[in-house]
Write a protein of this length. Structure first.
Ligand code: TRP
Length: 458
């Protein structure tokens, strides 16, 4: 018998846990900060509802119908050649996990720094990420925790962990946001966050917002195909998808309510890039005084680590499910293989922040000045290029190979009159026309502009 989630709450907790991650708390605020505040926020919200929601429903349905990992799923519901899409998604998922795990390790490392009351950790960030003993050690620890949970199976490991960590995470973030809002600079922070400046919207904002929407909802790499394959036939996929989307958006939104007041209360800049939370926040916590500072600081990085853990678990499950389904490898053995392999693949990311010159200045994009490091490069190609491409391929697959009717039929298992509802109609229409068209156009423009330096718009 295939593993399953024990009930609807179990699945929703796991999928929401996958969605809510470093993307919401670490990446979202600095993306908003760098790309014009509310204008970015608005684009992100539009993409979540209009483009991502139908794809989210489609991924879960593909998984549940096929009862397989992404590679098996595309083969069972389509043809052998579609398994190539599954293979690409798995490779991409492994790459993302390899760097994601490193940042997750930093988060846990900063939890320890805060517990020790080391508020200078913010200024020491450049040294911290070069310190291979710490970075490697924390990354190994984080990978081991992920592997341990996945080894315990779907309901006993993944579901159980998420049912505990997700409520805790929401509690912590509500507390921190509530506290941040009482600080003096809160009003300025919120203005920046919530009042859109539409003149800031350009192609770059658009494709970053799109990439972020996909990344944040864990779409495009088959994570939800995999989780979907563990969902019972009676579950209502659409309701589950709605709860997952709203939780993800809600947590990102709250993260903004927490970050911007904190940052503005110290008169700091919002465009701190990838280092924003690590470099800026410890100083903010220091201002709170020794006791409160340690409590709030440690809570914050604990929150970040929990969010990361429920996401690394979902990425890790993809190659594990593949080995278990297709090669009948025992789950524990699959976990060992995946854990060691992904840790090794993560080494270039670990040394890309100053330790190795080569990986720290890995590549210079056509038409841009200055190089980017290996980790940024992987994150750029993965979330801004491969995720929307994965979404595009899922929508094309459903619309023209598996067929819209089969999708709607699969959904109606848990929701009989679904196809006639407004949402049902939109999902069909979105998957068949809106997603392929819009994602196709944005993908083309992105590749032209990003990698070939050809600007067609803006
Ligand atoms: N959604 C997670 C975040 O916001 C990251 C993530 C987990 C992910 N699983 C994924 C991204 C699968 C793409 C695909 O941090």
């Amino acid at each position: 018998m295939r593993n399953t989630f024990s009930n609807r709450i179990g699945f929703i907790a796991a999928a929401a846990g996958s969605a809510v991650g470093l993307g919401n708390i670490w990446k979202f605020p600095f993306e908003v900060g760098e790309r014009g505040g509310a204008a970015f926020l608005l684009m992100y919200l539009v993409f979540c509802f209009v483009l991502c929601f139908p794809i989210l429903v489609a991924e879960i349905s593909i998984g549940r119908k096929s009862q397989r990992n992404p590679i098996g799923a595309f083969t069972v519901l389509g043809h052998k050649k579609w398994s190539l899409v599954g293979i690409l998604s798995m490779v991409a998922a492994v790459l993302v996990l390899s760097f994601y795990n490193v940042v997750a390790g930093w988060s846990f490392g900063y939890f320890i720094e805060m517990l020790n009351g080391n508020f200078s950790a913010g200024n020491q960030f450049p040294e911290f990420i070069k310190n291979m003993v710490k970075v490697g050690g924390y990354a190994a620890l984080f990978m081991a925790a992920t592997a341990f949970i996945v080894a315990k199976g779907v309901s006993g490991g993944i579901e159980r962990t998420n049912k505990i960590l997700m409520p805790l995470l929401i509690l912590i973030i509500v507390m921190l946001a509530g506290y941040a809002l009482t600080l003096p600079g809160a009003r300025e922070g919120l203005k920046f966050y919530l009042i859109p400046d539409f003149s800031r919207i350009n192609l770059e904002v658009i494709y970053n917002a799109l990439g972020h929407a996909f990344f944040s909802l864990s779409l495009g790499f088959g994570a939800l195909i995999t989780y979907g394959s563990y969902v019972n036939k009676q579950e209502n996929i659409v309701t589950a998808a709605a709860v997952i989307t709203l939780t993800d958006i809600g947590v990102a939104f709250l993260a903004g309510f927490m970050m911007f007041p904190l940052v503005f209360s110290q008169g700091l800049e919002t465009n701190g890039g990838a280092g924003l939370v690590f470099m800026t926040l410890p100083g903010v916590f220091e201002q709170l005084g020794p006791v409160l500072g340690i409590v709030v600081g440690a809570l914050f990085f604990l929150l970040l680590s929990f969010a990361a853990l429920t996401s690394t678990v979902s990425l890790f499950e993809i190659p594990v499910a593949y080995m278990v389904d297709e090669f009948q490898v025992n789950r524990k053995k699959a976990v060992w293989i995946a854990g060691i392999a992904i840790f090794i693949i993560g080494i270039p990311s670990m040394i890309a922040n100053g330790y190795s010159d080569f990986f720290s200045h890995f590549i210079t994009y056509v038409g841009s000045e200055g190089s980017v490091d290996f980790m940024t490069f992987i994150s750029d190609i993965a979330s801004n290029t491969f995720l929307p491409l994965g979404g595009l391929l899922v929508s094309v697959f459903v619309a023209y190979v598996w067929k819209k009717e089969n999708l709607l039929h699969e959904i109606s298992n848990g929701n009989i009159s679904f196809a006639d509802t407004l949402i049902g109609r939109y999902i069909g229409f979105g998957i068949k026309y809106v997603c392929p068209l819009v994602l196709g156009v944005i993908f083309l423009l992105t590749v032209l502009e990003r990698f070939l330096g050809i600007h067609l718009v803006g």
